[in-house]
Write a protein that binds this ligand. Structure first.
Ligand code: HEC
Length: 152
């Protein structure tokens, strides 16, 4: 075989290895963190939907305590996944500590939200505005731990 062919075949081979490597990196949508995030997202969306507007809130009100309770539990489950999260966060400093702090922060905001939801003196607007800090604690963790490819 002449040299040109060897170079061409070698180039093709390394190119397909690169493509395979890239698709593995990009298809990174499984694992325990991903699974818990899917659940967190669906609960969070249900809560946001319930508090979006006052008429809807009046109807959905009685479901809120359970949704919040479930989300608090999922937030605690998230904290337990530090080992898995850290594996994917090679560039994050003190990753394990940050993971613990950021998931605790979410739990804390959720517990405040829970207190508002269960306080009979709360009005619709109090409950709606109490969810803001919860969403912010989602973003704070994503800023640190979520890799670009996820597209969020
Ligand atoms: C302690 C850190 C942390 C907190 C807090 C957090 N997330 Fe995430 N989230 C992640 C990480 C890491 C990923 C990427 C997971 C993966 O794909 O491996 C992610 C991914 C997601 C995804 C994309 C699904 C996926 O796995 O690709 C959604 C949607 C999401 N989070 C929603 C939320 C919402 C809503 C909240 C708040 C109620 C929240 N997250 C709080 C760390 C966090």
């Amino acid at each position: 075989m002449n040299r040109k062919w060897i170079v061409a075949i070698a180039t093709m081979f390394s190119f397909s290895a690169l493509v395979a490597g890239l698709s593995i990196a990009m298809a990174d949508d499984e694992g325990p963190v991903h699974d818990v995030m899917e659940k967190i997202n669906s609960k969070s969306n249900a809560i946001k939907k319930a508090i979006r507007a006052e008429p809807g809130y009046k109807k959905a009100k009685k479901e809120l305590p359970t949704l919040v309770k479930d989300l608090v539990q999922l937030s605690k489950d998230t904290k337990e996944l530090a080992k898995d999260a850290v594996k994917k966060a090679k560039n994050v400093k003190d990753a394990e500590q940050q993971w613990a702090d950021l998931s605790d922060a979410l739990t804390k905001e959720l517990e405040k939200f829970d207190a508002k939801v269960n306080d009979s003196k709360s009005e619709y607007k109090d409950i709606k505005s109490a969810y803001g800090p919860v969403s912010q604690s989602c973003t704070k963790c994503h800023d640190v731990f979520r890799v670009e490819e996820n597209g969020f």
